[in-house]
Write a protein that binds this ligand. Structure first.
Ligand SMILES: *Cc1c(COP(=O)(O)O)cnc(C)c1O
Length: 393
């Protein structure tokens, strides 16, 4: 199959990323000659176990963890579920969970279904956000309670890129003996993370958000944190996650983490500059457009912009004609356009939430691409507005 990916202007990197060529290269031996089972006694399998150990070290190094604190999973969603369900089993008398109103569905929908999944009744506190997507300062402290089993707060939001102060929040949880999980899927590889002296107990990573393949993830489990596995089976991952390892993808993720570590400092300047150029250009060129999310406490690659009185999905369709890929903050569910729960939680007005577009860049985006998008977007929005009854009113 040919996806024509060379012609695509891909600005949807918070949805998924291109697998880096270096990552593909590192994976190839494990899809061909090196097919041994890492649990086998023979040298042939042992070599594969060595490659997994090396990947584990690269991942640990990127986030300031010890290799033994890294557990491989099948995806970010599995890591999120594993952490939260483990905490609830660890503290069966504590049925309070603190999370936010803007979590990824991996956490949001799990929390909505906890009672059905566990057969117990839970109390869920969903922390509110302000208009800029940041948490309301005092609400968190007030919600920490004697029966809280776990706090799960994302490090960076996938829709707006807004960064939460999870390290400080984790300290406040630890002081009260409460476990702290963070979904860091959007943060790892994009901003520096050092868990060495942090109070974070669990942290989720997904391979395909940082130029490794889909279908591999990591759950960081701080040494000494009580843990009950989600998938029981063989003794893989020191009994913390059964199932024969996804060897090639694990090796790929290790390589991706090394690449991210090498390029992070440079990319934090380069990608941020491209994103800022795109963002300020769109806001300047297109009337009635606005940024969703905090101006500075934000991932360097993400810009979520609303264009009032146009529909996000229509904008995307017109962008698609120019092979520009992005996401909209509204999803067409059962025929009605529902604005995203993130923008709703921020109180973004209806007319703006419907016309929101998320641009998310990566190491592969260029200045020419940004210029092209800046050239095309004003015309796309103006054409759609010309057809909009709301705009003409
Ligand atoms: C993509 C994403 C996930 C889910 O990761 P998968 O590997 O696709 O399961 C979880 N949380 C956030 C913030 C994400 O962006």
């Amino acid at each position: 199959m040919n996806c024509g990916s060379d012609k695509v202007i891909y600005m949807d990197n918070n949805a998924t990323t291109r697998v880096a060529p270096e990552v593909v290269e590192a994976m190839m031996p494990f899809l061909t000659d090196c097919y041994g089972n890492p649990s086998s006694m023979h040298t042939f399998g042992g070599q594969v176990a060595g490659a997994i150990a090396e990947a584990r070290e690269s991942i640990a190094a990127l986030i300031g963890a010890d290799p033994e604190e890294i557990v491989f999973t099948s995806c970010g969603t599995e890591s999120d579920s594993t952490a939260i369900l483990s905490a609830l089993q660890t503290y069966p008398d504590n049925r309070h969970v603190i999370t936010t109103r803007v979590e990824h569905p991996a956490v949001k929908n799990l929390c909505e279904n906890l009672d059905g999944l566990t057969g117990h009744k839970h109390r869920i506190t969903r922390l509110q956000v302000e208009a800029d997507g940041m948490l309301i300062p005092d609400q968190y402290e007030e919600s920490l309670s004697d029966d809280t089993a776990i706090v799960s707060v994302m490090w960076a939001n996938n829709e707006t890129g807004v960064i939460f102060p999870v390290e400080e929040m984790a300290v406040m949880a630890r002081d009260r003996g409460i476990l702290f999980h963070t979904d860091a899927v959007q943060a790892v590889g994009k901003i520096p993370i050092n868990l060495k002296d942090s109070a974070i107990d669990f942290l989720s990573i997904s391979g395909h958000k940082l130029h490794a393949p889909k279908g591999v993830g990591v759950l960081y489990i701080r040494k000494g944190t009580p843990f009950i596995p989600f998938i029981n089976g063989g003794h893989q991952e020191h009994g913390r996650r059964g199932g024969t390892e996804n060897v090639a993808s694990i090796v790929g993720l290790g390589r991706a983490c090394r690449l991210a570590a090498e390029k992070m400092e440079e990319e934090n300047v380069r990608v941020r500059r491209l994103r800022d150029k795109l963002e300020s250009g769109l806001l300047a060129k297109i009337p009635r457009s606005m940024l969703n999310g905090h101006k500075t406490s934000r991932l360097p690659n993400t810009a979520n912009i609303s264009f009032e009185f146009v529909e996000g999905e229509s904008i995307l369709l017109h962008m698609d004609k120019y092979n520009i890929c992005a996401s909209s903050g509204s999803a067409c569910t059962s025929g009605s356009l529902e604005p995203s729960h993130v923008l709703r939680a921020m109180g973004v007005p209806f007319t703006a939430a419907h016309g929101s577009i998320r641009f998310s860049l990566s190491v592969y985006n260029t200045e020419e691409e940004v210029d092209f998008v800046l050239e095309k977007m004003p015309e796309i929005i103006a054409n759609l507005r010309a057809m909009s009854p709301f705009w003409n009113d």
